[in-house]
Ligand binder design. Structure first.
Ligand code: SAH
Length: 219
């Protein structure tokens, strides 16, 4: 892994990504700023490096994908739209790109991944980029990370069939926000906001994510 390309060329390429995100309706300068700061090519295999700055999903091995920049940006906007967003739990570390983006705009990121080798690579990348406010855990994300909770925002980057109640329980009661792709064949990016015991749900837009799976995988 190398940091080569963090020079001029890559900066210009990243600027184009930002322009495209703007055209697609991403307007929050904090979110756009993340795409200038976090080099996406560090998060994909070198052979696929040329795809890193296209607005497409990129395979990261083990049948998983790094989401397209637009979706990462959209989800990050939704994180910043929550009443509080200091402490954020992510389910599905994957490559670690969304984790690195979140680490730019919130105080603390906690991220859970069920596939060990993906988690190990993500950890290396975050260290390389000197990101120290993200903590990673290998576990089944359906359980959340109760010992560090409650969280202002929880987002999943894999799609469960139904809303996982354990995650709702780990939200702060006053405006805690769960952001998740929900469904199987047909999926919607969904926002659920907690107000005491009440939940307010809204569908944002149709999306396509890998399924959220139970249990852990060590190799
Ligand atoms: N945010 C990632 C997206 C990776 S794809 C990125 O920026 O690259 C979704 C990830 O969710 C995969 O790595 C997959 O292994 C993980 N995942 C699926 N079900 C999970 C679960 N129950 N707990 C934790 N991670 C899970």
């Amino acid at each position: 892994m190398n940091l080569q390309g963090i020079g001029m060329t890559s900066e210009r390429t990243r600027q184009r990504v930002i322009e495209r995100l703007f055209e697609k309706g991403i307007r929050d300068p904090r979110v756009l700023g993340c795409f200038a700061k976090v080099p996406r090519h560090i998060f994909v295999d070198e052979a696929l490096g040329h795809k890193a700055y296209e607005d497409t999903a990129v395979p990261i091995g083990y049948g998983q994908t790094l989401s397209q920049p637009y979706i990462v940006a959209r989800m990050t906007e939704l994180v910043l739209g929550a009443r509080h967003h200091e402490r954020v739990l992510e389910i599905g570390t994957g490559s670690g790109f969304q984790t690195a983006v979140l680490a730019q705009v919130v105080d603390e990121v906690f991220s859970v991944e069920r596939i060990k080798p993906l988690q190990q690579k993500a950890r290396e990348r975050l260290r390389l980029l000197k990101i120290y406010n993200a903590r990673l855990k290998m576990d089944d994300g359906f359980l959340g990370w109760p010992s560090q909770g409650p969280y202002d925002v929880i987002l999943t980057t894999a799609a469960p069939e139904e809303v996982p109640n354990e995650l709702i329980d780990q939200l702060v009661p006053d405006g805690g926000r769960l952001i998740l792709p929900l469904g199987t064949e047909e999926q919607y990016l969904t926002v659920i906001e907690r107000d005491g015991d009440d939940l307010h749900t809204r569908r944002v837009e149709p999306v396509r994510f890998v399924p959220m799976l139970k249990g852990v995988q060590n190799t």
